[in-house]
Structure formats: C-alpha cells, structure tokens
Design a protein around this ligand. Structure first.
Ligand SMILES: [Zn+2]
Length: 237
C-alpha cells in the first residue's frame, strides 16, 4: 500500500483525502486550512481500517472543511457603483464611473476610472472590470511565475503550461499532465501571496501529494510560505 489520494462516499458527497503511510503507532486525521484532508497511518494499515476511521470522523471533517471554507476565495457582493472599493494586488481602489464611449478601465491616483456608455449599468461595469482583471492576471501571473521558477530550475522538471480560470474554491491547481491553473481572482491578492500560490503548485510538479517531502521542498524554496498563506487567507478577496 502506498501514499496517495483516496476518496470515500459520505452521504451525498465524497470526502477526498491524502493517505500517508508513516512510522507511527496510531492513525491521525487532520484537515488543513487549504481544505486538504490528510490521514497519517502506520505502515501496513489495511485499506478498510483507514476508510472506517475516515467515516467515523466524517462529521468532524465536514465541520472543519466548512470552517476553513470561510477563508477561501469568495466573491464579495459587489454592486459596481461609484465609490465602491475593489482590490488589485492587495490594495483597495475605489470606482470612479465616467459616462463615455471608450469602454476603458484605467488605474490612476487610487481609483479605477471606468468610462462606459451607461455608467449606471452594473453589468457593463462588471464586464469591463473583469476583462481588465483578466488582462492584468495574464501579465502579472507570468511575472510571478518568472520570479518563482528559478527556484525549481535545478530540479529538472518539465516546464508547466499555465492557464487562468475562474475557480470557486481554489487559488490554483496542478494537473497530472503538468498544467498549472490559476484563479483569476488571485490578481486581487498581494504579489507575495501570488508567488506563494504559484510556488506551492510548482512543488506539486515534484510531489503530487502533501507529503512531508512536499513540505520539505516548499520550506526550502520559500521559507516564509506560512506567513504568505496566512496573509492570503485574511485578504478579503
Ligand atoms: Zn497542494
């Protein structure tokens, strides 16, 4: 039996969890702030024993996941009206809406200046701002990747493909085929938090789970990752 990601049905949902076989006497069930569920089991523990334990703790696991869920990306109820604050790279900027044909968004002197034909149409303002965020995400995520990648160059890993998506519950992910997906909303977070998410995902190029080796690598390439992660969790994005 080797380390891996398992899942088990509980009620209507599946609980997905990482199993790590380690030198220890008893099983440990933990839920981490990134919503990963990790079971540490003594080497040689049978599959059904692990599943039984997960089911036994299922209610508690759900509760923990719900608690940490509060800190995940959440789309605040924006109204897209003049004076409202929106984040960009960790800073708040207020909206200044201007009636005009150009349909442009400019960031200047602490404000988002949005020129729109019908400035009292929140949908139009939202669309303009969303496209602006996406364009900035394309640019800034690549900058961030370029800052982070040198730490991994010596590990002889395949260069990942990068894509940007709207994601509901995660900041980023890395597929088995090596595609790094980033949540467009991350552009609202401070640069150091963007670097943290990218670094975390790049560590998955080497270790696909959250094993001790994974954390060893993360500690090595970004010794202050916990502080950055905490900052991201507190950012009201
Ligand atoms: Zn991860």
């Amino acid at each position: 039996m080797s380390n891996g990601t398992w899942s088990i049905q509980y009620g209507r949902d599946d609980i997905v969890f990482d199993v790590l076989f380690v030198k220890r006497k008893s099983m440990e069930v933990a839920v981490h702030p990134d919503s990963s569920v990790v079971i540490k089991a003594p080497i040689g523990t049978a599959t059904d024993e692990i599943e039984k334990r997960v089911l036994k703790r299922a209610r508690w696991i759900r509760k923990q996941l719900a608690y940490f869920g509060q800190f995940h990306p959440r789309t605040p109820q924006h109204r897209y009206i003049g004076g409202e604050s929106h984040l960009y790279l960790g800073r708040q900027y207020r909206l200044k809406l201007i009636e005009g044909d150009s349909g442009e968004v400019k960031l200047s002197r602490g404000y988002f200046w949005i020129t729109c034909k019908n400035k009292s149409d929140p949908k139009k303002i939202k669309n303009l701002l969303d496209s602006w965020y996406l364009a900035k995400a394309r640019e800034k995520f690549i900058d961030s990747f370029d800052r982070c990648w040198p730490n991994f160059e010596r590990l002889d890993l395949a260069y990942p493909r990068i894509q940007i998506r709207r994601m509901k519950t995660r900041w980023g992910s890395l597929s088995h085929s090596g595609t790094l997906t980033l949540n467009v909303s991350l552009i609202r977070a401070p640069r150091e938090c963007i670097d943290y998410v990218i670094t975390h995902e790049l560590c998955h190029l080497k270790y696909h789970d959250h094993s001790p080796d994974f954390y060893k690598l993360l500690d090595k390439v970004m010794p202050d990752w916990e502080r950055r992660k905490h900052k991201l969790e507190l950012a009201l994005i």
